[in-house]
Write a protein that binds this ligand. Sequence first.
Ligand code: NAD
Length: 250
Amino acid sequence: MEQTKSLIVTGAGAGIGRAVLMHFHGLGWRVIGLDRDAAALDELRAALPDSTASLIECDVGRESAVKEAFAQMGDQPLGVLVNNAGIADPYCGPLEDLSLDDWHSWIDASLTGAFLCTRAALPLLRKAEQANVINISSTRAIMSEPETYAYSAAKGGLDALTRAMAVSLGPDIRVNAVRPGWIETGPWQKQADRSNPEHRPRDRKQHPAGRVGRPEDIADAVEWLVGAGFVTGQAINVDGGMTVKMIYED
Ligand code: NAD
């Protein structure tokens, strides 16, 4: 069976989503990127020819916006959906001050967005050969720092949603999650926000792989999962080994 070479990635305007979009575009796939940041999409549009890439402004946490975005895509088969959009900063402050609106902003971008986009994409995925849904979770689904309630809950929910979808949507559609660890996205931001931070030796030492991650590492993992025909319902840590290293306070 020939893999259907088309991919949708949410949160494609910056960071990991942008790297995934560019990676698969470089492999010759038809790519569609969704993001709520219009300026980031304009920049990408200037770099990619219209015939091979569609970039659509969409807040994936809003049902009507997702419906409108998918209505613009036509009905061609879809090989891969990458639910990547999310609010990258996990810190939400003390629990007693966390408003319901703020709680929803983390949950909506990651968890509700993955539900809405997967539901909208199903008719297109079902037309494809070897369809995949890949959810970008986080190692914070399984380990926490203080005051990251909404982010952690969104990612734990995304891991559970991954398993639930895998057992229900198979065998035609495989569903997996990638759990990034610390990924430096500075060089993959839109021009106005771009940066190239230096990492401290202790940051590198925290990783058995000897370095902080790059968005390209996540794109490689997504490509691997797309080709891994007997893997479904899994959440794979792509974290340079950080989650298996015991850390003691100094
Ligand atoms: P980023 O901020 O660089 O990029 C996220 C993109 O998603 C942005 O372009 C933003 O506009 C978009 N976005 C946010 N909310 C959206 C919404 N509701 N609708 C549409 N687009 C939306 O972030 P990143 O670091 O590349 O993170 C991407 C994903 O990877 C997130 O789900 C994040 O939780 C996860 N992740 C990142 C890291 C890391 O260290 N960078 C680690 C673990 C998990």
